[in-house]
Design a protein around this ligand. Structure first.
Ligand code: ADP
Length: 463
């Protein structure tokens, strides 16, 4: 298959060659046309001047032509391509070039025919034009001039025209050669970034995701192409890194409880341990936790699909938050924690009811998990553009350096690990994904030992 560089070079070169040939042809035709018109006019003028010169050879004293002078001039005119004959008023031939030197006349005629037909491709024949000769307005005879018609080029004129054609040919040739060189150079310039981008794309396709292409060369479109290839590689690299990280995280999260469960089960099967109700219920709890982890992962993977479809309706946020608070009230009572909802008025928002319920569930369940004393307060408020939800607790809080990581998958603070809350560090990732999908934002503030506040802001008109 022909390469881009060759195709571009060929196209440019072909275009330039055709343009030069067409231009050359047009200039040549135009110049020849102008020149032939000029030459035709010149022949007419010269013929009239010849007639005047011959008339001047009339001797009024003798009442006849000076034949010697007429002959001298006549032979000169023959060499210029004008075959002349002079006839007096009575019709008698005074002097005839053919009769004087037939051989010379034939030579000049053949030379002109040869030049015009073979060299310039102008077909024609010798034609006779007659001019009146007069002395002081008294007719004294006639002059017959045979010339090649419709026009003929003298030796000098033909040399000029050949020179012009040669000049056109040589300059056209030089122009074509230069243009071909320029075409090759331009084609290489344009095709180089494309080749670089395709080479990088090929390497990326072969798994070399670190391959990049320089986007400093070429036109804007070619730079954009290079940038797109780089973006693609970066996205693939991130995806691969994320995938590896995820696999490692999942393996890490599953390994410890599964090893523990396996050990316990083996001990019971081998009879080392009594399968008491307590031990079986502990194993059951561990299995439930694993099940929840898998469920959370599944939920997160569904939410992270780019084409996450939200079933938005007009939701009564106050009612939704109230239901979530009530669901957790028994657990809060059991822990001796107060849980309350502060909502100034009925607030509605255009959102996916089930997903928003998930947001409240995760935030309140975290607050409950990480609070031993005090209260949990869910507050709703609204501005003209936003609905705001905050879930505040008086729990263990977090270190400032932990805050940037809490929305990452599988992130759990050491304190949380020590508490053995059963969480796997996915809950807040789910919350953030849902809030972002609604066009909203989530933020957290916290102080160790004082408590945490999670603030969700949702646009009222969710797009
Ligand atoms: P988990 O299931 O472990 O709670 P999350 O993604 O919900 O996972 O939370 C990630 C981490 O953020 C938790 O492990 C915990 O360290 C911290 N965290 C979340 N909510 C709170 C809170 N209300 N108080 C203190 N720490 C919290």
């Amino acid at each position: 298959m022909i390469s881009l560089r060759n195709r571009l070079a060929l196209s440019y070169a072909l275009f330039i060659c055709v343009s030069v040939l067409v231009m050359g042809f047009i200039i040549n035709r135009f110049a020849e046309k102008l020149f032939s018109a000029f030459v035709t006019e010149n022949i007419n003028t010269e013929s009239r001047e010849i007639a005047d010169t011959i008339a001047e050879q009339w001797d009024p004293n003798t009442g006849s032509f000076d034949v010697i002078s007429v002959e001298a001039m006549g032979m000169y005119f023959v060499h210029q391509g004008y075959i002349v004959s002079v006839v007096d008023i009575k019709g008698e031939i005074v002097w005839d070039a053919r009769a004087c030197d037939m051989q010379q006349c034939a030579m000049v005629i053949n030379e002109i025919i040869d030049r015009m037909e073979n060299e310039f491709g102008v077909g024609g024949s010798f034609q006779t034009n007659q001019y009146h000769l007069a002395y002081q307005d008294v007719p004294i005879g006639f002059l017959n001039i045979d010339t090649y018609g419709p026009f003929f080029y003298s030796k000098t004129e033909s040399a000029f025209l050949s020179g012009l054609n040669n000049f056109l040919l040589v300059s056209g040739g030089i122009f074509i050669i230069l243009s071909i060189l320029l075409s090759v150079f331009l084609a290489a310039e344009i095709s180089r970034p494309v080749l670089r981008a395709s080479e990088a794309a090929r390497r990326i396709a072969c798994g070399e995701l670190s391959a990049r292409v320089s986007d400093r060369y070429g036109t804007r479109e070619l730079r954009e192409l290079s940038r797109s290839v780089n973006d693609l590689a970066a996205a693939l690299e991130n995806g691969e890194r994320w995938q590896k990280q995820l696999t490692a995280d999942i393996a890490h999260e599953l390994r410890t409880p599964l090893t523990c469960l396996q050990g316990n089960m083996e001990a019971m099967i081998d009879g080392v341990w009594e399968p008491t109700a307590e031990r079986l219920s502990s194993a059951y709890e561990e299995i439930s936790r694993l099940n929840k982890l898998v469920e959370d992962l599944n939920r997160l993977s569904i939410l992270e699909q780019k084409n996450l479809i939200l079933h938005k309706t007009e939701c009564d946020l106050t009612k939704l938050a109230g239901a979530a608070v009530e669901r957790f009230r028994p657990a809060a009572l059991e822990k001796g924690i107060e849980i309350k909802l502060l909502s100034p008025a009925v607030i509605t928002v255009n959102a996916d009811y089930d997903r928003l319920t998930q947001v409240f569930t995760n935030l309140i369940s975290n607050a409950l998990k990480y609070t031993d004393l005090g209260s949990i307060t869910v507050t709703l408020s609204e501005t003209q553009q936003y609905c705001e939800v905050s879930v505040a607790d008086t729990g263990i809080g977090m270190e400032a350096d932990e805050l940037p990581h809490i929305f990452e998958r599988f992130y759990r603070s050491d304190k949380s690990r020590n508490r053995n809350t059963g969480g796997a560090g996915i809950g807040l990732s789910i919350v953030q994904t849902i809030v972002n999908a609604h066009g909203g934002q989530i933020q957290a503030e916290s102080r160790t030992g004082k408590g945490s506040v999670f603030m969700v802001r949702l646009p009222r008109e969710v797009l």
